[in-house]
Write a protein that binds this ligand. Sequence first.
Ligand code: COA
Length: 568
Amino acid sequence: MRILFLTHAFNSLTQRLFVELEALGHQVSVEFDINDSVAMEAVALASPDLIIAPFLKRAIPESIWQRHVCLVVHPGIPGDRGPSSLDWAILQGKSRWGVTVLQANGEMDGGDIWASCEFAMRQTSKGSLYRNEVTEAAVKAVRLAVERFQAGDYQPLPQDQLKTSEPGQWQPLMKQQQRQIDWQQDTTELVMRKLQSSDGMPGVKDCLFGQPCHLYDARVEKVLRGKPGEVIARSGPAICIATVDGAVWVGHLKLSEANTPFKLPATWLLADRLSELEEIEPTADSGYREIWYEQADGVGYLHFPFYNGAMSSRQCHALLEAYRAAKQCDTQAIVLLGGPDYWSNGMHLNMIEAAGSAADASWENINAIDDLALEIITTESHLTIAALQGNAGAGGVFLARAADEVWARNGVILNPHYKDMGNLYGSEYWSYLLPRYVGEEHAQIIIQNRLPMGAPQAAALQLVDRVIDERGSSFLVQVRKLTEAMIAAPAFAKRLHYKRARRTADELQKPLSQYREEELEQMKRNFYGFDPSYHIARYNFVHKIAKSRTPLTIARHRRTDNQWKCAS
Ligand code: COA
């Protein structure tokens, strides 16, 4: 079928559905929901068999839903309606939640139900639930709804005929009033629910050192105690705020009145107010751990769950140090695990935007990532594996490819391209790594197509070596099993020997320093040259400026080469 996505943005859920439906043989084209007339024009151009709205903030125009079946993906259980579904589910401490695919009509989220899927709630942020449980449930529900639509004889269920014992209900937009923390009353558990129901956006409005701000990136502190509402310690990027019965860490803030009105590390923003505070060396129970290492049965595991997958120069330096320390351990393999939500999204664009000179900060950041990539590529002592539990984008994908093997959870989305960030050339030794691991032909496909890909597609292009059909802790168990089997295999020593020999031969053919120099020469132009595209694209990304049109890479129905129509 020809399926048109009407969506507010090409976010992770939309990308995943795009990849899944294309893999099923459907043709998918995307239009951003900018205004009614643009949406109507898109539908006229696309003449789709089916319209899907994976992530919409406005109602679909009546002229569209009256003529076409429009399936809305709603992150709530059947009967639930309203714009803050997941926020309410977290704040109200629901143990189960779901995704419902319903047909658009004149009532917001009130249409007939085509499919739904439930999941158990996890105590984590809204963003993490959205990128994991909600996305998996949405894939199942949308696949079922599309199958039913295609079958032609399915009768969707009107909401007034719902037979579940506890159907959802209409819930209004959640306001800051409901999210607000009463530091003198709220328990740690309630504080966490408020913070988690508001993360990644809009955050919880609060006030620190007399400055209005929004709080993000919360974790429970198990040891420290203090006067409720007071900042009592710091650790890495985070500050610790005492509650009535414990304390929480807040890793990121947005200062409403600063000239950097976007999320930044808390200790960076409040640096001049924190000099008296105790710095906590993080452990599993106390402090805010950004990077940690564990070791078992001859394998070292490095975790680096950086917030939003963004890697600043400071974080790259710290990770490089941790990686070098891991290399000193008596192990045979090092597994780079990133975090559960993201493996890496490359340079930290918010930190760059906040710097005095964005060009200098970009230069420093790309060099810091390159140093890390170089250390991984040139590792002779260990087998290295990048195990992707979460998504990776831009330089993050190529940093993963610096390892000997890349393993990805089935469901992970990769965006192995830089061009959407103002035609950034990119570095991380991609010009060596891609031909080396995927070959010239696949390298061209990866670099040119500027589209997200799922783990199976990435494996078909050899960007990923192994797809793992497990999620959460089962993924980690599987990674452990596979790595242990690998180092126990009789051919392991030979494999390390071959790896060293291949690296030596490659170095003789063209040194890594030359690849880096050539890539950075182009990056210098991006950062310091007369074309400001990268700086504009980064500004728009960080300040969340809505796109005024859909890129032709995904709006296939608007392409003059008529790719959409020809293929049909
Ligand atoms: N630096 C800083 N923040 C980043 C980031 C980066 N490199 N990549 C993602 N983020 C943030 C987003 O701003 C967003 O923040 P929010 O919590 O305030 O909403 C959050 O991470 C999630 O990103 P989003 O774009 O909503 O996720 P997605 O899964 O829909 O899209 C990407 C993933 C990778 C396609 C997209 O985030 C992206 O293009 N990132 C930039 C990659 C890049 O160009 N890096 C620099 C070159 S190496």
